[in-house]
Ligand binder design. Structure first.
Ligand code: SF4
Length: 390
């Protein structure tokens, strides 16, 4: 991606919640010189440009960037740090795309290939009864053998058995696939899925929008443009979604800024994104395992800069499964206001070598948040506050 193109989508719109405060004025001189103008803009609530985004990624002043991100985080969410009692279900790992960065997917003939039956899915869902579950998070591969009715039946069965649990399911990539196999438009397919019980979409599949990098890491996957189109359709139908970006592989800082600003632009248009979740690439067992993946420094910096550039996103989430609980906890002081949830069982990142646990209890999440000096708030999928543990 060339730097010149970035200027096309930059903007200087002030955000309403901003106000310059006395301590802020004193704080600016402590920023490294490359961050002082940006610091002034953050204090004044002026939208950051693509050029500012690049300057942030080029800066080594991690504490300065983090302090600025923390100002925005506290303006938007105060001291609250959110979590959700959720259960991940990965219904199949058979996928026709076989993205090069993905260690989870299999061909049908592979020894590890699996597809969960409806009974398997209900049994996994049932394991969580009695622990206050409020969300199912359901994603899987693009399995050519599964008919559209499999997805509708899965949603209907979960909706019938767990009427109070929110079903966040199917990335934009899966939605595009479901439209294809059902012969419906994306909007029609989404409407049928909503009728069956779908209540929001996760943010996966965005990877990195740069067509050049996408051709290298996931040549069979829908384009970034198509991912944004599917999200636009979902938002226009009234569905909330999340958004992600996969970093730490072949992309560069221009690709990061371009990706973030394209998300910001769609959010200006629809307001349908709830949270942004930067996802660190895990190389183990992938086709690009010679890459070394992101470092902790990059993880924290990415979260903080995301908070600064995505001024119209309510929430920035640190997915502890990928970051590890220690870094996720520290990120609560660097722009992050959400640690995701209990998860319970996760195959996608663990297939790529993640060494984190499969689950965290509610008590563990509360402890991590309290020790980071924040107020734990249990939320539902749509960020309605359920319980505050002050
Ligand atoms: S990332 Fe998703 S689309 Fe790509 S191979 Fe893995 S499961 Fe399939």
């Amino acid at each position: 991606m060339d730097a010149g193109a970035l200027g096309l989508i930059s903007s200087q719109t002030p955000t309403p919640e901003a106000e310059r405060c006395a301590w802020g004025e004193k704080f600016i001189p402590y920023l490294s010189s490359d961050l002082r103008d940006i610091g002034g803009k953050v204090l004044d609530g002026v939208r950051l440009s693509a050029k500012d985004g690049l300057a942030l990624f080029h800066s080594q002043d991690l504490l300065g960037i983090g302090s600025l991100a923390n100002i925005v985080r506290e303006r938007k969410n105060g001291q609250a740090a959110y979590f959700v009692i959720n259960r991940h279900i990965n219904y199949t790992n058979i996928c026709r795309n076989r993205c090069r960065f993905c260690a989870f997917s299999c061909d049908e003939s592979d020894e590890d290939a699996y597809t969960l039956s409806l009974d398997d899915i209900l049994a996994k869902a049932e394991e969580m009864s009695g622990v206050g579950l409020t969300e199912f998070h359901i994603v899987g591969g693009l399995n050519p053998k599964l008919p559209f009715s499999y997805y509708l039946e899965m949603l209907s069965a979960l909706r019938e058995r767990f009427p109070e649990v929110h079903i966040q399911a199917f990335t934009a990539v899966e939605i595009d696939f479901l439209a294809e196999i059902s012969g419906l438009t994306v909007r029609e397919a989404l409407a049928e899925l909503v009728d069956a019980g779908l209540t929001s979409l996760p943010g996966g599949g965005a990877e990195i929008f740069s067509p050049i990098v996408r051709r290298e890491i996931c040549p069979e996957k829908i384009s970034g443009e198509r991912w944004l189109e599917v999200m636009r359709e979902a938002h226009q139908l009234g569905l909330y979604t999340n958004a992600t970006m996969l970093y730490g592989h072949l992309e560069n800082e221009y690709d990061w800024v371009e990706h973030l600003l394209q998300l910001r632009q769609l959010q200006d248009e629809t307001g349908g994104f709830l949270a942004f979740i930067p996802l660190a690439f895990h190389p183990k067992h992938t086709d690009i395992s010679w890459l070394s993946g992101a470092t902790g420094y990059q993880d924290i910096k990415m979260l903080a800069i995301s908070r600064l550039l995505l001024d119209n996103f309510p929430h920035i989430k640190a997915f502890w499964i990928m970051l590890g609980t220690k870094l996720a906890q520290v990120s609560l002081g660097f722009g992050v206001d959400d640690l995701d949830g209990t998860v319970v069982e996760e195959h996608i990142t663990h297939a790529a070598g993640a060494e984190t646990a499969q689950a965290l209890s509610k008590q563990e999440l509360i402890r991590l948040i309290v020790e980071a000096g924040r107020v734990p708030v249990e939320r539902d999928t749509l960020y309605q506050k359920l319980t505050s543990y002050k």
